[in-house]
Structures are given as structure tokens and as C-alpha cells.
Design a protein around this ligand. Structure first.
Ligand code: DX5
Ligand code: ZN
Length: 218
């Protein structure tokens, strides 16, 4: 079954704990945490302090998406705060294998992510080393942007390589996911769908999650 990872970027931060419990009760599989530094992306969001604060609120895995320069400097802090998956951008890592190993050495699952304009081929050297591949379907920085359809061929390629190589990493997509684009992503081979505005901008989060899952499986 397709997994749904609500992005708390679109949650009400004044009541973040309640927002997380709401999506957990609504059937979410992961909690997606968007970390932005104002350098790699033009926005600043949350740091390890917030991950630490939300950890006791949920039993769901915390899927921490680092949109930051020099991720190596912060991996240990996010691991200590309770991240279960840490995903780093290929574009931000000069020594990608080293960064992936650093995540694993901290006892956390390792993911790698590419922006919409980065070719899928850039991931080929590390496919055997990661637990998760994240394909950005918008340019990172903000919630509520429009899905970029040209990313679908990259999801298809990565899914094909995974089966050819006999690997079992998860394929996640992030940005502009709604019930319609969920279907396109799932058909292309995505297993985990991140959705921010399509879930948190709806009053009934359970219904919003079910609509996305239904879209994916339709
Ligand atoms: C984009 C973030 C996403 C974002 C998705 O920079 O990485 O996780 O919150 O938001 P929606 O689902 O609204 O596009
Ligand atoms: Zn994200």
C-alpha cells in the first residue's frame, strides 16, 4: 500500500503537537519534517530543537528532509533529536557516499534526494547504499507549489533500476502531491507520497489522507 507522509510545513505551528496527532490518527505513515537553512533554499524553517519536541508526540517515523548546505555538520544533531530517516540533497553533498555513511553511522536510515532539474543518473552511484530515494516534484523551499510533470520519467527510471539491480530502497516524491498527481506518481513507481498543503489545508485530515491514498491506488 502506498505510504503517505504529511509535511508539517503546512501545519499550524502554534499547535504542532495536535496537528501531528491529527494526521497520525488520520492514517499517516511517516511525519515529513522540512528543514530549510535560507542558503540551499530561499526559506528558513526548523532545526533539531523542533524534532526533539515532536519526537514524544508520535510513534510514526520522523522523515527528516534536509534542504541545507553542509548537511554533514547537522546529521548527528538530527539523529540525536530522534530522526528515523535523514534525507540529504545530492546537490548539497560534495562527498555523497561519505554523507550517507555518516547518517548510517548515527543509526538512522539514509535517503538521498534530487531537485527537479537534476538527472536521475546522478543517483546511480549510491543506489545500493540508500534506504530511500526522494524525487522532488517541485523546486524545494515552499509548500503549495505546482507539480512538475517532467519528474515522472525520473521516477520511472529509478523504479526500473531498482528492480534490475534487485534493490529495495523506497521511492518517495515531494511537492504538489494531491489525489490526481498521486495517481501519476504511484503509476510511475513511487511508494511514499509527501503532501503538505493537500492535507493540512483541509479541515478533515483523515479524509484528505484517504483521498490521496485512493488517488494513488486508483
Ligand atoms: C518543499 C518541501 C515539501 C513541501 C510540500 O520544499 O520539501 O515537503 O512541504 O508541500 P506541498 O505538498 O504543499 O507541495
Ligand atoms: Zn520535503
Amino acid at each position: 500500500m502506498t505510504k503517505i507522509a504529511p509535511s508539517i510545513l503546512s501545519a499550524d505551528f502554534a499547535k504542532l503537537g495536535e496537528e501531528i496527532k491529527d494526521v497520525e490518527q488520520g492514517g499517516a505513515d511517516y511525519i515529513h519534517v522540512d528543514v530549510m537553512d535560507g542558503h540551499f533554499v530561499p526559506n528558513i524553517t526548523i532545526g533539531p530543537l523542533i524534532v526533539d519536541a515532536i519526537k514524544p508526540v508520535t510513534s510514526l517515523p520522523l522523515d527528516v528532509h534536509l534542504m541545507i548546505k553542509n548537511p554533514d555538520d547537522y546529521i548527528q544533531a538530527f539523529a540525536k533529536s530522534g530522526a528515523d530517516i535523514i534525507t540529504v540533497h545530492q546537490e548539497a553533498c560534495v562527498h555523497l557516499h561519505r554523507t550517507i555513511q555518516l547518517i548510517k553511522d548515527n543509526g538512522v536510515k539514509a535517503g538521498v534526494v534530487i531537485n527537479p532539474a537534476t538527472p536521475a543518473e546522478m543517483l546511480q552511484p549510491v543506489l545500493g547504499d540508500v534506504d530511500l530515494v526522494l524525487v522532488m516534484t517541485v523546486n524545494p523551499g515552499f509548500g503549495g507549489q505546482t507539480f512538475i510533470e517532467s519528474t515522472l520519467t525520473k521516477i520511472e527510471k529509478i523504479a526500473k533500476w531498482r528492480s534490475e539491480l534487485g534493490l529495495d530502497f523506497e521511492i518517495e516524491v515531494d511537492g504538489g502531491v494531491n489525489p490526481e498527481t498521486a495517481q501519476l506518481c504511484a503509476r510511475a513507481g513511487a511508494d511514499v507520497l509527501v503532501a503538505g498543503s493537500a492535507i493540512f489545508n483541509q479541515a478533515n485530515r483523515k479524509a484528505a489522507i484517504e483521498a490521496i491514498r485512493h488517488g494513488a491506488e486508483g
